[in-house]
Design a protein around this ligand. Structure first.
Ligand code: NIG
Ligand code: FE
Length: 426
């Protein structure tokens, strides 16, 4: 995508979220706001940020596309650091079963759940997955997301895992949102390997991981470390191999049962451990000490009617907390950033400021990209959301409705509410 030159002026506030690494403890509450702010983006990169009058003294308006952001709040683009957005088919029936009281794990054990999506994803063409993927990315863009992580894990065989990752590659090239790819071959046990978890892990290690690593198809390797899925020992075996092949690590950890996935993430130096509804206090402390980002997914807890992760306790114990949607066809079918804000602030005792940090700079840190995205700092990518309201506080206050008016990606306007549905410049 072409890079642009933009001058944003007169913003009622520029919420910079300034920083180049994960924020912890009280740092998460300090959004480093500039009132009457302006931002300059040149060739897609942030060149200056400050008070409007000072910026306008130094930079000439005629050299930029000018956006007058009077009465509007300007923020970094959101980073949705945990999704499974490339998949075939839907599972609306299962959602209704869950409403009637059947649990997510029961559905999975009866051959539904992830395996259900695997069947349809295996049968889907690349074009079909791509077309659905574009629609989902467009929806994310309308919520102000400028970088998204996407996982494989609906193939559970070499061919389909690679297909999913290659589709994400194509989507990354075609769409303004940056797609960061994660290999999640150990998402479930495929029917061919039922009862043979260790054999399946061997298969991934010997047949699939080397192809993913050689083709550089994923930055991260992830695993569903959970009772009746992959044990701590199996997860560790896989992740150590992935690390050896140059991949960074993530885990779906302690979601349904307290298994020790958080402790494993700390031991292996994972970039993030995600879900953590059942994390132990020891796990929290070890993650904080090891600098592992805790990526919390309140949409999933909400959708599964599970208790929320202990965000308040984690933040108070210096664990860096990120928030993400977990967008997937089963446990949480949503791209909605406003929903995540509402749940985090109303049910998880996070302040609005902490939630903003969790979806910007800490989301970036959960992808090991805090040096290049996640804040409005000189030298970072010019990825920005402009709200239709004067303060970031309207985000959760306007319950479940997106306040994002414009989205800028590397200095180009790529979403404009007034022109919704139009392909603006990509
Ligand atoms: O993060 N927990 C495991 N994986 C996904 C759900 C995937 C699915 O149900 O399709 C999650 O919630
Ligand atoms: Fe997930």
């Amino acid at each position: 995508m072409n890079k642009g030159n933009i001058l944003i002026k007169n913003a009622s506030e520029v919420v910079t979220c300034s920083g180049f690494e994960a924020k912890t403890g009280k740092e998460m509450s300090d959004l480093k706001i500039i009132s009457d702010g302006a931002v300059i983006i040149e060739e897609g990169i942030i060149k200056a940020v400050g008070k409007s009058d000072k910026i306008l003294e130094t930079f000439k308006e005629k050299e930029y596309q000018v956006i007058d952001a009077s009465g509007k709040s300007v923020l970094p683009g959101f980073v949705d650091s945990h999704t499974h957005f490339v998949f075939g088919g839907y599972r609306a029936e299962e959602f209704c079963w869950r409403l009637s009281g059947i649990s997510y794990m029961d559905i999975m054990q009866r051959g539904g759940g992830i395996i259900n999506t695997v069947k349809v994803t295996r049968a889907a063409s690349k074009k079909e997955l791509y077309n659905e993927g574009i629609k989902r990315l467009n929806s994310m863009l309308s919520f102000g997301v400028t970088t998204v992580e996407g996982k494989s894990g609906y193939g559970l065989d070499c061919k389909t895992e690679i297909k999913q990752l290659e589709v994400m590659d194509e989507l990354d090239r075609a769409h303004p949102i940056d797609v960061v790819k994660t290999f999640l071959g150990a998402h479930a046990i495929p029917e061919e390997y039922e009862g043979e978890e260790d054999k399946y892990i061997d298969y991934i290690i010997t047949e699939v991981l080397p192809v993913v690593a050689e083709k550089k198809l994923a930055k991260f390797c992830d695993v569903f470390c959970e009772k009746n899925v992959f044990s701590v020992a199996q997860s560790k075996r896989l992740l150590l191999e992935a690390k050896e092949m140059g991949m960074e690590l993530k885990l779906h950890a302690d979601e349904i049962v307290q298994l020790g996935g958080a402790e494993l993430a700390a031991e292996l130096g994972a970039v993030s451990a995600d879900h953590l509804l059942q994390i132990s206090d020891r796990g929290i402390k070890e993650m904080a000490r090891a600098g592992v980002v805790a990526t919390l997914l309140p949409g999933t807890a909400f959708s599964l009617k599970e208790p929320y992760a202990k965000a308040r306790y984690m933040i108070d114990n210096h664990c860096a907390v990120a928030l993400a949607t977990d967008m997937n066809p089963g446990s949480c079918f949503t791209e909605s950033i406003p929903l995540i804000f509402a749940l985090a602030t109303i049910y998880m005792n996070m302040s609005v400021e902490e939630a903003i940090s969790a979806l910007t700079i800490n989301g970036a840190a959960a992808l090991n990209r805090a040096k290049t995205i996640g804040s409005i700092d000189i030298g970072k990518k010019g990825d920005i959301s402009i709200l239709e309201f004067p303060s970031y506080k309207y985000i959760p206050y306007h319950l479940g409705v997106s306040c994002v008016e414009k989205v800028i990606k590397i200095g180009r306007i790529v979403f404009d509410k007034e022109r919704k549905g139009e392909k603006i410049c990509w």
